[in-house]
Design a protein around this ligand. Structure first.
Ligand code: SF4
Ligand code: SF4
Length: 256
């Protein structure tokens, strides 16, 4: 009788971070579809391995054939692992997934500034989180195309997510001259509200507090953006960029 053990993805929770695809060394997932996890060869899955499920920061993976007490991470408490017979790096790990999604790191001052602040905060927090048994996974993705933005359910630039949740409770934006320059159209980008003030680059305190509360604070439901629709603002940005490319002027006055 064929073995029945393989991962099942709950796509209503999955944030398409790609960690599970990167984690599995057994060819279960279709690498060409990454970061979206597509279980292409379930038969290759190692019996009773929970490797990808243990790494999923939002608890989106369960297993056909599950007959242990294993619980997906971030849904409650994990960490007593039934074990994997593959001998690879499939042991239980507590993962903090930090995602940085942005439009541009060449021109946009707020994307560049946020990138620098976030890096410094992560460099400081990572050793402390490691002491508490957490591995920080950092996923930094430039939203170069409309397709990548849709795949990542991108709402506003820049976006920082911790374990699938936006660090900001809501989207607030103002006019971004830099992204306007890139696209030749008026574009609003994100501002960060913290301590009664509004910042175009989030202060380190805000980032540290947001990351630590996502890890150690109350765990709300993972945001489920199943009804994602790209905001008009971003559509204008990508349309403007495309017009500039097709025009070939390199951003001259004709596209402004
Ligand atoms: S359970 Fe293990 S072998 Fe199966 S897909 Fe996940 S990491 Fe790969
Ligand atoms: S959220 Fe979980 S299931 Fe989705 S890609 Fe990331 S690790 Fe895989």
């Amino acid at each position: 009788m064929a073995k029945a053990w393989y991962p099942v993805i709950d796509y209503s929770i999955c944030t398409a971070c790609g960690i599970c695809v990167a984690q599995c060394t057994h060819g279960v997932y279709d690498a060409k579809k990454a970061p979206t996890p597509v279980v292409a060869s379930p038969v290759l899955c190692v019996d009773h391995c929970h490797g990808c499920g243990n790494r999923c920061p939002v608890g989106a993976i369960t297993y056909v054939g599950e007959d242990t007490e294993w619980t997906p991470p971030n849904s409650a408490s994990v960490q007593d692992e039934a074990g994997c017979s593959c001998g690879g790096d499939c042991a239980a790990k507590k993962t903090v997934l930090v995602e940085y999604l942005y439009l541009d790191l060449n021109t946009c001052e707020r994307c560049i500034g946020t990138d620098q602040e976030l890096k410094e905060v992560l460099d400081t927090l990572a050793p402390a989180l490691a002491l508490a048994g957490y591995t920080v996974e950092y996923r930094k993705v430039e939203m170069t195309t409309r397709e990548i933005a849709i795949q990542n359910r991108f709402l506003s630039s820049p976006t920082i997510r911790v374990n699938g949740r936006d660090l900001c409770a809501a989207v607030a934006e103002n006019d971004c001259g830099c992204c306007g320059e890139i696209s030749g159209t008026q574009v609003d980008c994100r501002v960060f509200e913290y301590g009664g003030e509004t910042f175009e680059v989030p202060p380190k305190e805000m980032l540290a507090e947001g990351i630590l509360s996502a890890v150690f604070g109350e765990k709300g439901d993972t945001q489920r953006d199943t009804d994602y629709e790209m905001p008009k603002n971003l559509r204008s940005f990508y349309d403007g960029k495309q017009n500039k490319t097709e025009c070939g002027c390199g951003g001259g006055n004709c596209c402004g």
